[in-house]
Write a protein that binds this ligand. Structure first.
Ligand code: PMT
Length: 405
C-alpha cells in the first residue's frame, strides 16, 4: 500500500482549519503512515497537542527550546521523513518560508528540510487574494514546493470565497503522489472506465453492471506514480480521482470519439470500461408507451474502440480487459490477438468478490509472450499497481529499443 511504512511530517499552523488537521492525522494513520506532528505556537491556541499525540501515537513537536524539546529535531526531522505536509498553512507561515525565516521549531525544520513538501494554504479570502501571499506562494513553487489550492465556500470569518482547507481525503491523495515511485513521470496515460448507456428512448437505456471502480483505480494509481492521466468515464457515481482529467461520456460512440481524440498523444491506453457491444438501432424520440403487445427491438453492433486503437497504435502500449464467464484465458488470448493488444487482463466475472462493483478483483495478466501472471484476490488498487508495473516495463523496453513483449 502506498503509505505503508512511510513517515509523514505534518506541520500545523494557527488557523481555524487546524481542527481538520486532526482528521488528516487519523486518515494518514488509517492508511498505515507514521505521522509526526509539529505545531506552531498559534496552532496550539486552536488545538491541544494532546489531540495530535493521541491520534498519531507520537510525541508532538511544539517548541525549539524548553523541557522535552529535542536539540537535533529541528535539523533531522525534515530529512528523516518521506514527505512533509503543511496543513493548514497560514499566510504568516507561507511568508516566513518564502523569506527563509526560522524562528520556531516548524520553520527551522523547514529550512533544513530535504524531502518533498506539500503546502495547503487556508485563510480568509481577502488574505488569499493579497498579492504578497500569491508572490510568496510563487516563490515557494519555484523552489519545488507543491501547493494545493484552497477550496471555495463558507469561511470561518463569515465570508464566502476561496480560502477553505481542502478535505483531508483530498490532501491524502495529493500526498500519495509525493511518497510514490515516479516511474510514470513525463508519461501520458489514457484510461477508460465504467459502463456505457445506449438509449432506447428518453428514459430507458441498455447498460451493464460496471461501477467504474477498476478503471478509476488505474487512473488514481497512474497519477500517483507521476503520469499525466486522462480518464474517459461512462456514467458512474464515483468522484473524479484527484489530479486526473476526467471526461464524462454516455454511449460507446461518445467514448470512441473521446478515445480517438486523445489516443495519438498518449504513451499508454488502458481500457477497463465495459463498453456496450450493441445499441438500439432506432432510439425513440418519445417515451415508449406500455401496451399489451410484445415490443421488439433491433440492435446494431457498436464500434470496437479497442480494436480500432490496436490497429492505429504506433509507440503506445495498449491494454485491454476481458470480462468472461467461461473459457477465461482462451477468450482473453483471442481478444489479445484480435485487437492487437500488448496486454490483456482476464477477469472472471462469475465470482461475487471479483469483477463488477466490488472493491476487490482476481485477474490474470496475459502478454503476447511469456507465462500468464495469475494474481490472487487483491484490492482493485493493488491490481492496478501490478498492471502498471507491466505497462512501465513495456514502455521502458520500447524506449530502450528492446521489444519487452
Ligand atoms: O467497473 P467495475 O465495477 O470495477 O468492474 C470492472 C470490470 C469487470 C468492468 C473490468 O475489470 C473489466 O473486465 N472491463 C472490461 C469489460 C468488457 O467490456 O470486457 P469485453 O471482454 O466485453 O471487452 C474486451 C475489451 O474490449 C475491453 O477492454 C473493452 O473495454 C473493449 N471494448 C469492448 C467492446 C467495444 N465495443 N469496444 C471496446 O473497446
Amino acid at each position: 500500500m502506498t503509505f505503508t511504512g512511510k513517515r509523514i511530517l505534518l506541520g500545523v499552523s494557527g488557523g481555524i482549519a487546524a481542527y481538520k488537521a486532526a482528521e488528516l492525522v487519523r486518515r494518514l494513520v488509517s492508511v498505515r503512515a507514521r505521522v509526526k506532528v509539529v505545531m506552531t505556537r498559534a496552532a496550539q491556541e486552536f488545538m491541544g497537542p494532546l489531540t495530535f499525540q493521541a491520534l498519531s501515537g507520537e510525541k508532538v513537536g511544539t517548541a525549539l527550546f524548553g523541557p522535552g524539546s529535542d536539540p537535533l529535531e529541528h535539523v533531522s526531522l525534515g530529512q528523516e521523513v518521506d514527505a512533509i505536509v503543511l496543513a493548514p498553512a497560514t499566510a504568516n507561515l507561507i511568508g516566513k518560508l518564502a523569506a527563509g525565516i526560522g524562528d520556531d521549531l516548524l520553520t527551522t525544520i523547514m529550512l533544513a528540510a530535504t524531502k518533498p513538501i506539500l503546502v495547503c494554504p487556508a485563510m480568509n479570502d481577502q488574505m488569499w487574494a493579497n498579492p504578497v501571499v500569491q508572490e510568496n506562494l510563487d516563490r515557494l513553487q519555484a523552489r519545488g514546493f507543491q501547493v494545493m489550492a484552497p477550496e471555495s465556500g463558507d469561511l470561518a470569518c463569515g465570508a464566502v470565497g476561496l480560502g477553505r482547507l481542502p478535505e483531508p481525503e483530498t490532501i491524502v491523495e495529493a500526498l500519495a503522489r509525493l511518497v510514490s515511485k515516479q516511474d510514470f513521470a513525463g508519461r501520458r496515460v489514457l484510461v477508460t472506465a465504467g459502463p456505457t448507456h445506449e438509449d432506447l428512448d428518453p428514459v430507458r437505456f441498455l447498460t451493464n453492471r460496471s461501477s467504474g471502480k477498476m478503471g478509476y483505480a488505474l487512473a488514481r494509481m497512474a497519477w500517483r506514480r507521476g503520469a499525466e492521466v486522462c480518464l474517459i468515464s461512462g456514467p458512474t457515481a464515483l468522484a473524479p480521482p484527484y489530479g486526473v482529467e476526467r471526461l464524462m461520456v454516455r454511449s460507446a460512440q461518445d467514448m470512441l470519439k473521446a478515445v480517438r481524440q486523445r489516443f495519438p498523444k498518449v504513451d499508454a491506453l488502458l481500457m477497463a470500461a465495459a463498453v456496450g457491444d450493441y445499441r438500439p438501432t432506432h432510439a425513440k424520440a418519445r417515451k415508449i408507451k406500455r401496451g399489451p403487445q410484445e415490443e421488439q427491438f433491433q440492435l446494431t453492433p457498436n464500434p470496437d474502440i479497442l480494436k480500432e486503437m490496436g490497429a492505429l497504435k504506433k509507440r503506445q502500449v495498449v491494454v485491454g480487459f476481458a470480462a468472461e464467464t467461461h473459457d477465461l484465458e482462451d477468450e482473453a488470448r483471442r481478444k489479445l490477438a484480435a485487437k492487437n493488444l500488448d496486454l490483456i487482463v482476464a477477469n472472471d466475472v462469475n465470482r461475487p468478490d471479483a469483477g463488477f462493483q466490488v472493491d476487490t478483483n482476481e485477474v490474470t495478466i496475459i502478454a503476447r509472450q511469456g507465462e500468464p501472471l495469475r494474481l490472487p484476490l487483491l484490492t482493485k488498487e493493488e491490481v492496478a499497481e501490478i498492471i502498471l508495473d507491466r505497462v512501465v516495463e513495456l514502455l521502458t523496453a520500447r524506449e530502450q529499443g528492446t521489444t519487452g513483449a
